[in-house]
Design a protein around this ligand. Structure first.
Ligand code: NCD
Length: 307
């Protein structure tokens, strides 16, 4: 049984296939509108979400399938003390595929080991978020037309930002990638991402606190929200939350074809004036997220022999 827990579960070729299918869905949506007729996706969300859950649900509906699930832990049997393993066993009796978000790192992996249907990690704590990465990759492919020879700046909460960990892990497999890690000292990229991903792949990277210093070099600027829910105390959050605010002024030295990305939700990190800048890609990422999730659902259901 094939699952998607970590972006590394997909080869570079499989990612290319998913992107090709997503682009075909964008061009010919009617062709796909019945392919999952009678199939059910369960969305098990133990943590808040707008985009990820709704895009999974919209994706399944647009494939002609159905959706069941819950959007908060309190409304599931987890509140009675049921384990993730048991929940996965139970739900795999009802659904053909599961998308799970959980505050604990590794919970979707545990679910996948106990499920009879494919499990997709829709975000596990401060760890990984592989389907946001697929949305990001589709966006980069559509904006830049390539994944190699790009200088990518990641700015904000690189410690808890799971979308950052997964995207770095995906980009590290391409040639000529340079990574600029822009964060306050306390929110630096975890050392395991450096030692297990960046160093073995020989990826050139710098760590800095200054967004301005590297702005002129960037092809992509990936802004992130400071992840309030992962902080141990509110004081630290309040001190760090506005570390970086992207304004038109700060973009003066940027490349004319910079792509500004953000997984959303945005709090303060990008001034709303930037929304009308043609370099802003964050709402395109949202739409791309639905199409690539359609491609992923198709791939995993086909692989499981369900369609
Ligand atoms: C992200 C997440 O949940 O990690 N949101 C998303 O899925 N697009 C980013 C965030 O919450 O800051």
């Amino acid at each position: 049984m094939r699952h998607l827990i970590d972006i590394q579960n997909l080869s570079v070729e499989e990612i290319e296939d998913l992107i090709n299918v997503a682009n075909d869905i964008i061009a010919n949506p009617k062709k796909y509108s019945e392919v999952c007729r009678g199939k059910k996706l369960a969305t098990l969300f133990f943590e808040p979400s707008t985009r990820t859950r709704l895009s999974f649900e919209a994706a399944m509906y647009e494939l002609g399938g159905n959706v069941l699930g819950f959007s908060e832990a309190q409304s599931s049997s987890a509140s009675k003390g049921e384990s993730v393993a048991d929940t996965a066993k139970v739900v795999s009796c009802y659904a053909d595929i599961i998308a799970m978000r959980h505050p604990k790192e590794g919970a979707p992996l545990v679910a996948s080991m106990n499920s009879d249907v494919p499990v997709i990690n829709a975000g596990d704590g401060g760890h990984f978020h592989p389907t946001q990465t697929l949305a990001d990759l589709l966006t980069i492919q559509r904006e830049k037309g390539r994944f190699d020879n790009l200088t990518v700046g990641f700015c904000g909460d690189l410690k808890f930002g799971r979308t950052v960990h997964s995207l770095i892990s995906a980009l590290a497999r391409y040639k000529g990638i340079k990574v600029v890690l822009i964060s306050p000292e306390e929110l630096k990229l975890p050392s395991y991402v450096k030692s297990e991903v960046l160093k073995p792949a020989g990826i050139e990277y710098v760590q800095t606190e200054s967004l301005e210093e590297y702005m002129p070099e960037l092809d992509i600027l990936y802004m992130t929200r400071v992840q309030r829910e992962r902080f141990f105390n509110e004081e630290d959050y309040l001190r760090l939350k506005d570390s970086y605010i992207l304004t038109p002024q700060k973009l003066k030295t940027a490349k004319p074809d910079l792509s500004i990305m953000h997984p959303l939700p945005r709090v303060n990190e990008i001034s709303v004036e930037i929304d009308k800048d043609p370099r802003a890609c964050y709402f395109k990422q949202v739409l791309n997220g639905k199409y690539i999730r359609m491609a992923l659902i198709l791939m995993l259901l086909k692989d499981a022999g369900k369609i």
